[in-house]
Design a protein around this ligand. Structure first.
Ligand SMILES: [Zn+2]
Ligand SMILES: [Zn+2]
Length: 250
């Protein structure tokens, strides 16, 4: 299993970090996790065409995690000389189907015309998909925001989405080979719906994970500072995500 960070940033513009997007490769399959604005361009830069996406997993319905879905659906109806016929599966939190309906009502050209759009809303627990198991847990960032544990090829990847420190998230991350965890701000920043380095590191420590990859950094958040702050709590490998980083999960 391999993950490419397409967007390690937030909703705020940043030169080296665009909004949330992660490309997961499991064998020949490519699965996108979150699709914030800019994700499709970064996907192209990673060598994958928007045409070839068949499955997208969404953590929650905030702009920086979903806005390029509008672009994608429009592109599927507006690519000269090409028609999408393969089904597209959207997997995500409660409310996703109604949200997509609302998007289609607002943006007249994006409703699927030549292919089936299959929307799967998850609740906490495990679901089997072809080639991988997906386990979801609530993250406390919004009422319906989910984190995901992906098990495939004898490896485990956990992606927090946007989160706060909860026992459910620590349990979801148990013994993960890679834990991609949001770390929006440095210590000392007041926040009640995001994580700072100590919170991310406490989750990593409680879950006894191997590698903590901090992501979703706001532009003013310094890589070296948050890595050092996390290292005071968690003794394992810590790195800080940038767009384009590729990590093998095994
Ligand atoms: Zn976010
Ligand atoms: Zn959010």
């Amino acid at each position: 299993m391999q993950v490419t960070v397409l967007g390690a940033g937030t909703v705020l513009p940043a030169a080296n970090r665009s909004s949330s997007g992660y490309l997961l490769r499991i064998g020949q399959d490519e699965i996108l996790f979150d699709i914030g604005p800019g994700t499709l361009s970064r996907l192209l830069a990673a060598g994958v065409s928007y045409r070839d996406l068949n499955r997208i997993v969404i953590t929650h319905l905030h702009v920086d995690h979903i806005l390029d879905l509008v672009t994608l659906l429009q592109a599927y109806n507006a690519t000269p000389g090409w028609e999408r016929t393969a089904p597209l599966q959207l997997i995500g939190c409660q409310g996703l189907a109604a949200f997509v309906d609302q998007l289609c009502a607002v943006f007249g050209g994006i409703g699927p015309k030549t292919y089936a759009l299959d929307i799967v809303e998850l609740v906490p627990g495990q679901t089997q998909f072809p080639g991988f198991t997906l386990e979801a847990a609530l993250t406390g960032h919004t009422d319906n925001s989910l984190a995901y544990r992906i098990t495939a090829e004898d490896a485990v990847l956990v992606y927090s989405g946007d989160a706060i420190e909860t026992p459910e998230l620590a349990d979801l991350a148990r013994k993960a080979d890679l834990f991609i965890c949001e770390c929006s701000f440095p210590e000392g920043t007041p926040t009640d719906n995001h994580l700072t380095p100590h919170g991310a590191a406490r989750l990593a420590k409680a879950a006894d994970i191997s590698h903590l990859l901090l992501t979703h950094l706001y532009p003013a958040t310094d890589d070296a500072i948050v890595a050092a702050e996390a290292a005071t709590v968690f003794a394992g490998t810590i790195s800080v995500a940038r767009d384009g980083v590729v990590v093998e999960v095994n």
